[in-house]
Design a protein around this ligand. Structure first.
Ligand SMILES: [Zn+2]
Length: 267
């Protein structure tokens, strides 16, 4: 599992999280050209990890997922490059990293919860997706629970899945763990675009492009933190700074116009 990084191949952040692999039973297809932009969360409706993995490996129920999580274990079943048969919606499975989280207890009286360690592992998947996929965002429009496919889009089928998993809490954890949304920690920092390597200086009042060479070396010498992010996440970060410092919508539309003019050709 690799992606391009300024012409060199590098391991994806998601691949770094995988603790082990398990059989996929052939239950996957290509993504049909779809770009991944969604984290699609399921619960396994089971507290038995071995049974879940066995069911996926044998294909007995024609169900699979990209990842299965239980506590600190993040198990790859279907490679992130492939569409796993998870949600009974080829459209949503094509654009998603699908995750089945093993429950900490089962039965309606249990609330179908998952463990704190599983929530932390799930958040790490979201944080890694910010590094791997320019179209993914730490927002409730891109972090979905299975039942929301039907409730919001009429896709898949009516279901209670993913049980008691708190998706608002998950988004908050992803945002807290991502470098894209930690603007309040520093008043000034450098952003290096993953798309094309350009560097920008971000200040409380906006941003400016930094030429390679002496000016960049000078800023690095000041010890400014440098964050790598995709252009789409850079726009999100600038919007947050704007919201924190001014309520002037017109001023931000100017900023957004300036930003859009800088959009990398391949983005
Ligand atoms: Zn589900």
């Amino acid at each position: 599992m690799h992606c391009r990084d300024s012409g060199r191949e590098r391991m994806t952040a998601l691949a770094d999280l995988v603790t082990r692999r398990s059989g996929d039973g052939g239950q996957h297809d290509d993504r049909g050209g779809a770009a991944v932009d969604t984290l699609l969360v399921h619960h396994a409706a089971s507290s038995n990890l071995d049974e879940v993995l066995s069911m996926m490996a044998t294909g007995s129920r024609e169900v699979s997922s990209n990842l299965v999580i239980r506590d600190d274990d993040t198990i790859e079943v279907v490679s992130a490059e492939r569409r796993a048969w998870t949600s009974a919606s080829s459209e949503w499975d094509s654009r998603s990293i699908t995750v089945e989280v093993v429950n900490s207890a089962t039965g309606d009286a249990s609330g179908w919860l998952v463990s704190e360690a599983s929530m932390a592992s799930l958040a790490r998947v979201g944080i890694a997706m910010l590094a791997d996929y320019p179209g993914f965002r730490a927002g409730r429009d891109r972090v979905l629970g299975h039942r929301e496919l039907y409730e919001r889009y009429g896709a898949s089928y009516p279901t209670a899945c993913p049980g008691g998993i708190d998706l608002e809490d998950l988004v908050a954890r992803i945002r807290a763990g991502s470098t894209t949304t930690q603007n309040q920690d520093h008043t000034m920092y450098l952003v290096e675009l993953l798309d094309d390597g350009r560097v920008f200086l971000v200040t409380p009042s906006g941003f400016s492009y930094v030429e390679r060479g002496s000016s960049l070396a000078g800023l690095d010498a000041l010890g400014l933190p440098r964050r790598k992010m995709w252009f789409g996440h850079f726009i999100d970060a600038m919007a947050e700074i704007h919201e924190a410092h001014t309520a002037d919508a017109e001023e931000f539309s100017d900023l957004r116009t300036r930003l859009e003019a800088l959009r990398p050709a391949n983005s």
